[in-house]
Design a protein around this ligand. Structure first.
Ligand SMILES: [Fe+2]
Ligand SMILES: [Fe+2]
Length: 410
């Protein structure tokens, strides 16, 4: 079995494991990924020529069998018809006349789980699209059981948000490299690796080292752990940066720089989650700034400058009473500085959240290394030198050091 990886020390937030290996009838080999109240989610393997038969339901077993084929070629025989199934197709036993015989033409790998037949398709089934941070397709959504295919582009982050008590959620990597960002260590997951989030286990920040295709399985998809990222406010925050002369990627870059810095500082996964949102949303309040001011080529006068200075507070007000409220204080404080020279409240020292300082450094760095209307981008070395000069004047030194350690090779 090649899906074994090292469990980093201090890793207590989530279950990272290679599962239990076993065999059932016909000598099929499988790995149990997770046990749910409806049965197990398994990763199964077929060797060339091996077959697997799904018999019609009987009084003892009326569950719907769901297969997702990951790789290899498999022929499905139903009655007199045979069809070659390509990788990354889904087959559920309620849509065909059983028995179904699956025959491997080459070494093949699949995921299998069962769903109770009384569960109705939920409105997500079949939906696909592109959210802010990831592409998604709901392959199977019945009642509270959900299987989603996700694509996270290189350099993007996402957060696994536990659904709550009784929830078992599995993130299974089909291809690409996904690193889990929390604590001082991170695990890098590759094809066949997975992690399980259960109950109220804390939010897990994930980062795509390369483009990553993964499967998300939940037995209790109340809100869908990833749905929050379709949020309009996040889209708005990234649109307004473009009006302010940045590229569409500014917010995501900031998120990446910030999350890495937090990891170097040893922040926990809840803090990293809040920070990731704060970074995405930091300039949301700029939607309240008139475009003539935001895009004014020359110097701003005092009144115009005063309007700009309202954006951190405007942003945090827009987040109040939304599901993103946990990021409101980070947003409100992202222009405050250690020595009290910032805005809007002229806060000082530890009146300012660590997360806000992190966003401040990342924003300053990104602004310096991006072409703006009024000047060309600075080189990374020059920008890092300028960042260093802020230590213990505008930003605490330990945060500057962590930023440079984590992002010096950007
Ligand atoms: Fe800002
Ligand atoms: Fe910004």
């Amino acid at each position: 079995m090649d899906n074994v990886f090292l469990l980093p020390e201090h890793y207590t937030d989530i279950e990272l494991h290679a599962g239990q290996h076993g065999r059932f009838g016909q000598n099929l080999i499988y790995t149990s990924l997770a046990k749910t109240s409806y049965g197990e989610l398994i990763e199964g393997y077929l060797s060339e020529g091996q077959t697997l038969t799904v018999m019609p339901a009987n009084q003892y077993d009326s569950m719907i069998d769901v297969f997702f084929f990951i790789d290899g070629d498999i022929t499905a025989h139903v009655g007199a018809t045979s069809r070659l199934l390509r990788p990354q197709t889904l087959l559920s036993s309620d849509k065909i006349d059983l028995p179904l015989k699956l025959e491997a033409q080459s070494k093949a790998r699949y995921l299998h789980f069962q769903a109770p037949p009384w569960m109705k398709p939920n409105p997500n089934e079949g939906k696909k699209g592109k959210a802010n941070n990831l592409g998604f397709e709901f392959l199977f959504s019945r009642g509270s059981i959900e299987l989603m295919f996700g694509t996270l582009d290189e350099g993007r982050t996402m957060h696994a948000i536990p659904e709550g008590e009784g929830a078992v959620e599995v993130y299974y990597i089909i291809d690409g490299l996904l690193s889990l960002e929390s604590r001082a260590n991170s695990a890098i997951l590759k094809s066949g690796d997975y992690f399980v989030a259960r109950d109220h286990i804390r939010t897990q920040a994930c980062f795509a080292n390369t483009k990553v295709n993964f499967l998300y399985f939940s037995n209790l998809a109340k809100n869908n752990g990833i749905e929050i990222f379709h949020n309009e406010l996040i889209n708005l925050a990234s649109e307004v940066e473009q009006k302010d002369g940045y590229t569409a990627d500014h917010c995501h870059r900031l998120q990446r720089l910030s999350v890495r810095t937090a990891k170097a500082l040893g922040l926990g996964s809840d803090e990293i989650f809040r920070l990731g949102l704060g970074a995405l949303l930091h300039d949301l309040g700029k939607v309240k700034v008139p475009l003539e001011i935001l895009n004014k080529p020359g110097k701003l006068n005092n009144e115009e400058w005063a309007v700009i200075k309202e954006h951190p507070l405007q942003g945090s007000k827009m987040l109040a009473n939304t599901e993103l409220e946990i990021a409101a204080t980070i947003v409100a404080q992202h222009h405050e500085r250690l020595d009290g020279s910032g805005y809007p409240f002229k806060l000082k020292g530890n009146e300012i959240l660590t997360e806000s300082y992190i966003v401040a450094v990342a924003d300053t760095f990104d602004a310096m290394t991006t072409d703006r209307s009024y000047r060309k981008a600075l080189s990374t070395e020059v920008a890092l030198a300028e960042i260093k000069a802020l230590a213990d004047k505008k930003i605490p030194k330990e945060i500057i050091d962590a930023f440079i350690k984590a992002n010096g090779d950007e």
